[in-house]
Design a protein around this ligand. Sequence first.
Ligand code: ADP
Length: 634
Amino acid sequence: MTDDRNAEAAHEGDDRGTRGTAATKPRYGMAAIVAFMTRTAWHVRKSVLILCLLEGVAAAGTGILDLFVAPTILGTIERHDPLSTTVAAVVAFTAGLMLCGALTGWVEMNTLFGRIEVRMSLLRRISGKQASTSYPNTLDTRFNEAGAKAKDCCASNQSAGEGIWHTLATLLTNVLGFAAYLTVLSGLDLWMVVLVLATTVASYALSHRLNAWGYRHRDEERRSKKRLRYLFDTGTGRDYAKDIRLFGLGRWIDELWDGAMRVYRGFLTRREGIYMWANIADVALTAARNGIAYAYLIAMALDHGLTAARFLLYFTAVTGFATWMEGILDQCSQLHRQSIDLSMLREFLEWPEPFRFDDGEPLAKASDDHYEIRLDGVSFRYQGADRDVLHDVNLTIWPGEKIAIVGLNGAGKTTLVKLVAGFLEPTEGGVLLNGVDIRRYNRRDYYELFEAVFQDFSVLDATVAQNVAQRVDGIDPVRVRRCLNQAGLSDDVAALPHGIDTQIGRQIYEDGVELSGGQTQRLMLARALYKDAPILLLDEPTAALDPIAEDAIYRRYRDMAAGRTSLFISHRLASTRFCDRILYMEHGRIVEDGTHESLLAQGGRYARLFEVQRHYYETDADVAGRKGDDDDAR
Ligand code: ADP
């Protein structure tokens, strides 16, 4: 069920992203992007800019020397110059060509690492933005889509984030070559120049129009590839291995793959058909241009005594001139495409932050660690949703209070906790810390007040101790062990081959151990305790535990929460008896608020739900109680 949802989400996200791309115009044009990349290279590695200039000049030098070499040598022979003049010309051209070739080779060898470094610096900025952006952005499909595209821009040596340097160098080569060849052609009839210009522009315009088809349809291609990649990953991934063997999932995936492949093949066939016409048009226009140039130059040779050397020079210039022009137009459109991609990257880096970080007020630590959090008329609606999830919630969490939040699925419990923790911004109302709206503070300082266990785990492939302390150096092993003990994981960790230094996970370490869901949840609990923050948030911290382990955690709960304020979401009402106050939520509202006893006496929804669960918990608690007593005795 979850897997199906993921699959749908992947496609939906893709479609949304496509529409988003088609609808949004890039904010930055070519000049702004070239300036942005130049600034980036200037800060990261200046040599990239110098080498880019040299690459352009060296390649243009080769092209210009190529134009003159044969006509010049032929000229010395035609004019019956002394042999030494011919030899000198050959030597000079050879030396010049060798110099340009050597320079080109040297630049190619030395520019790669600098360009990669600049690209990596962009990637670092992208991942930095993703890691530190305001939490609501991480829920925004447009933000995530823009992030994925920004990463695509820096994915390889050919991507816009690195390819732009080659484009700029090639553009420079073509501009220099164009200027040199134009100077030569100015010695010819003006009509010849116009003819060359006109046929080149026509051929370019046509091929550009047809080639642009591929670019316009790149999202269609991306979508096809994404579908194929998703199916491939699903079919080969470990997550689905059991279901593939147990159900007909393998056959189903094959059918989906065939369907996706058919769509992709159809796209490629359409594209190749269109590109074929671009090539045919280009060949026809080139043949026309060269034919007319030949006829004109032959007429000049016959009627006006044009020498063989000049004939060769002009003919090379006519055909070469078109190549330079095409080069300029090609590189401009390449630069245009890369600018669109890089504009997306830049827009992503500048994506607005709804929260204040370094520009917010620093949050001074309260000397007594007493923090009062108040939700003042808070309503909340997720982006894109058509109704509020929380409605006008007023709640004060007093310092040191232990609050349980209960209610059926979808009541808004997790959302409420996320608002308290400052992950979401209320649509209406505000969250106040000791009477001050938290929007004023640096949000990172605010997060320092919380330790938490959420439903989704974030365990890295690293040691147990590192996962608890969230660092590599400066880990306090005594504190790690104490927290593992509080979280009820000491015995399990002691049984591991290297205790707290055992590697978890097998993605990086072949001999890493894999923890069960319950063990991972307790590891997350130990991590929360290690942070030793004044407010503890627990979002169903025992959902993956068996009833005995769960009860053991509840028994320790008072200890864990001692000296802290705590907010505790639970489905199991038996656990709430350890709390000072219980909030019962329904449809985004707190409908009952009181102690376990007062709510039972009230005989409302909490009491009814408790009654439903009572039998189950009595049975579990009896068993667990006995086990818990055994644990305590040990
Ligand atoms: P609970 O924790 O009580 O089960 P939640 O706070 O997780 O409830 O969810 C409350 C409502 O908000 C549900 O209807 C859920 O579908 C919706 N919701 C939760 N997360 C999101 C999200 N990221 N985007 C849109 N709706 C969401």
